[in-house]
Design a protein around this ligand. Structure first.
Ligand code: EPU
Length: 418
């Protein structure tokens, strides 16, 4: 079992380079299978979720050359066989293989996907879209068997703007007959990244990044190239670190527009920062004001930054309220923050009140999921004394070289294999 040990309360200064977005890369890699040629993806992050996707690619017989940040995928001769539970369950994004294989071969068999335990996370909208496109979905013994004589474009209304359902519908319909419209589509930048990649391979997708996406089916997809966009959640996490313990900490290689909701909230709190073209310089905030915050789909405040930001809300002078509207169970970080000295009341499963300011002291805590883990790292960086974070595999799934990046700016952080 790996654990992270942090000796807190050291100021961070210097520069952190942000890597490629996890939630883009995990969709771009399965999307590559839709091509009948060779595709190249640059700026792949160094995280364990990518290793899990590589395992699926290799299991299916794709030829993969992965050198540092560049991945070249040749899926001309893949074997569309059942994806077993031991690999499908390693991550949520394995279900993008389901839609890519369905889109290409009209048939797929795959066991249920995995992912962080932060709520029910049904995939009914994805399955509804497959059925509306003409597929028959059979669910048996934790496995989906999905089959279509043909996939035919149609208008699909998503009951909620789900990132996964939007991407899955694009992947399944890009080679369908005729035109598909996704209404109430999610607008996250990762969706635009996937659509741009597919278009580069020859797809005809317009409207990605708005709530209505139009896909004109094409027969084949060919060679393609894309670059993974910078990870806005990784960027946001280190920006929050800067607001907690930064001394002119520079977070580089970001797209400021993608993190505007966070930046505006920091402004409300009176945190000072300076934005240049593609980086931000931030220092520890003093006398921070409390805020009200509600998570929403993009361009609203991202649920994935809600737990990391809680570590900073602990430092505000007064009571902040935080409402989580996307997931039912994303406050597992709260008990551990309270053990470290915070004063947070859980009002219900989706609402907390943070009474600040509190001094944090090192403790033994657990990374119950990826972003709860990020919150623990941030709290530990700001705490007096030593914090031990257990179950850190969750963190390593989504934050590339986190130990090296934080050590590089002066943090006392170590990874231990116990
Ligand atoms: N939902 C349904 N039915 C569906 C799809 C979604 O009810 O068919 C509900 C979910 O249960 C959830 C909400 O809608 O309550 C949002 O789900 P969404 O489909 O948008 O999420 P996702 O695609 O499963 C991606 C990211 C998440 C991120 C959300 C933000 C990936 C692999 N995951 O998840 O990232 O929180 O979008 O909406 O892209 C993370 O990085 O820590 C993470 C959890």
């Amino acid at each position: 079992m790996k654990q992270i040990i942090i000796d807190g309360n050291h100021m961070l200064t210097g520069r952190i380079e942000i890597g490629g977005a996890k939630n883009s890369a995990v969709a771009l890699i399965p999307a590559a299978l839709l091509s009948d040629d060779v595709v190249t993806i640059d700026n792949i992050p160094n995280i364990s979720d990518i290793d899990a996707l590589n395992e699926i690619l290799e299991y299916l017989g794709a030829k993969v050359v992965h050198n540092d940040k560049v991945m070249v995928i040749d899926s001309q001769n893949i074997n569309n066989r059942e994806i077993p539970e031991n690999i499908s369950s390693k991550l949520r994004a394995s279900y993008y293989f389901m839609s890519a294989l369905l889109g290409k071969y009209r048939h797929v068999e795959m066991y249920f996907p995995g992912g962080c335990s932060i709520g029910a996370r049904p995939i009914d909208q994805t399955l509804k879209a497959f059925e509306q496109l003409g597929a028959k979905v059979i669910e048996e013994d934790k496995k989906y068997i999905i089959d279509a004589e043909e996939l035919r474009g149609c208008t699909i209304y998503l009951d909620m703007p789900s990132v996964g359902a939007t991407i899955n519908t694009m992947l399944a319909s890009v080679r369908a007959i005729g035109e598909t419209t996704i209404r109430n589509a999610a607008k996250e930048p990762e969706i635009v990244n996937v659509a741009t990649f597919l278009n580069n391979m020859g797809a005809k997708i317009s409207g990605a990044g708005t709530s209505e996406i139009r896909i004109i089916g094409v027969e084949k997809l060919g060679k393609g190239f894309t670059e993974v966009i910078p990870d806005r959640i990784e960027a946001g996490t280190y920006i929050i670190a800067g607001a907690l313990v930064g001394n002119n900490l520079e977070i580089a290689n970001i797209i400021p527009e993608h993190i505007e909701a966070l930046l505006l909230k920091l402004q409300e709190m009176d945190v000072n920062y300076k934005i240049t073209d593609n980086s931000i310089i931030i220092s520890k905030g003093e006398n921070l004001k409390p805020i009200r915050l509600k998570t929403l789909g993009y361009p609203g405040f991202p649920t994935d930054l809600q737990q990391p930001l809680t570590a900073l809300l602990v430092k505000c002078h007064g009571t902040s309220t935080l409402e989580e509207t996307i997931y039912e169970n994303r406050f597992k970080n709260v008990d551990y923050l309270n053990e470290m000295g915070a004063s947070i009341d859980v009002i219900n499963n989706q609402k907390i009140k943070i009474n600040g300011p509190s001094e944090l002291t090192g403790a033994e805590v657990v990374a119950t999921d990826l972003r709860a883990g990020a919150c623990m790292v941030l709290a530990a960086l700001a705490a007096t004394g030593k914090t031990i974070i257990r179950d850190v595999n969750h963190i390593l799934r989504g934050y590339e070289n986190i130990i090296e990046k934080l050590t590089g700016v002066g943090a006392k952080i170590y990874l231990e294999d116990k």
